[in-house]
Design a protein around this ligand. Structure first.
Ligand SMILES: [Zn+2]
Length: 205
């Protein structure tokens, strides 16, 4: 029985770490695994998927969904996709087709964009919810790193520390406005995980 698994949540919640963990298990089980990632996500290593903790597995960078068909030999049993939200919406049918022919698909990706709205696929009104409708979903949570006014014993600002489900995009330390570019693959200095209370909903300017 083949399955489609989707690992989701905000940035810094450990999605890629969990994807790597699950794909490693498949390899240990002797399965033929292929891993894809959108070429836009070039944070660390171009030819592998990497988590923020630097664990990694070799991956094939792709520009669009149809590139994945070219890399599927008949021996492949498990398909992994990292940062699936950066692809086009054809990835929904791709995943369902793979399951239909007997492959397991394990994908990871953001559920919400920095506006707190469902993440839309490239050039599409369809968002990741359309994929989640067919998947066994796991939602991970990060820790809110919002700096409070109070200081801790060592004199540095205290962090909120609550469970976080939102990704705050910051420009010069301030929440990015609603119409700032959606896809900027970032690091800690431009994105923060935030709880609901500390997520500043981006305003239209
Ligand atoms: Zn908070």
């Amino acid at each position: 029985m083949s399955t489609l698994e989707f690992i989701t949540g905000c940035m810094f919640c450990g999605k890629t770490e969990e994807l790597i963990r699950r794909l490693r298990r498949e390899k240990i089980a002797g399965k033929e695994v292929v891993i894809f990632k959108p070429a836009i996500d070039d944070r660390y290593e171009f030819l592998s998927v990497s988590s923020h903790n630097r664990s990694q597995l070799p991956a094939t960078p792709i520009n669009e969904t149809k590139d994945m068909y070219k890399c599927l030999s008949s021996r492949v049993q498990v398909v992994g996709i990292d940062e699936v939200q950066f692809l086009d919406d054809a990835v929904i049918d791709f995943c369902l087709e793979q399951v239909a022919v007997g492959r397991n698909v394990i994908a990871s990706g953001l559920n919400l964009d920095f506006r707190g709205e469902p993440f839309r696929f490239m050039n599409s009104q369809k968002h990741v919810g359309y994929l989640m409708a067919y998947a066994i979903n796991t939602t991970l949570r990060a820790i809110c790193v919002y700096e409070k006014a109070s200081k801790n014993e060592s004199g540095s600002p205290e962090r909120c520390g609550a469970e976080a489900d939102f990704t705050q995009r910051l420009i010069d330390g301030q929440p990015a406005p609603y119409d700032s570019p959606l896809i900027v693959v970032g690091s800690k200095d431009s994105y923060e995980a935030r709880c609901r209370a500390h997520f500043a909903v981006p305003r239209k300017v």
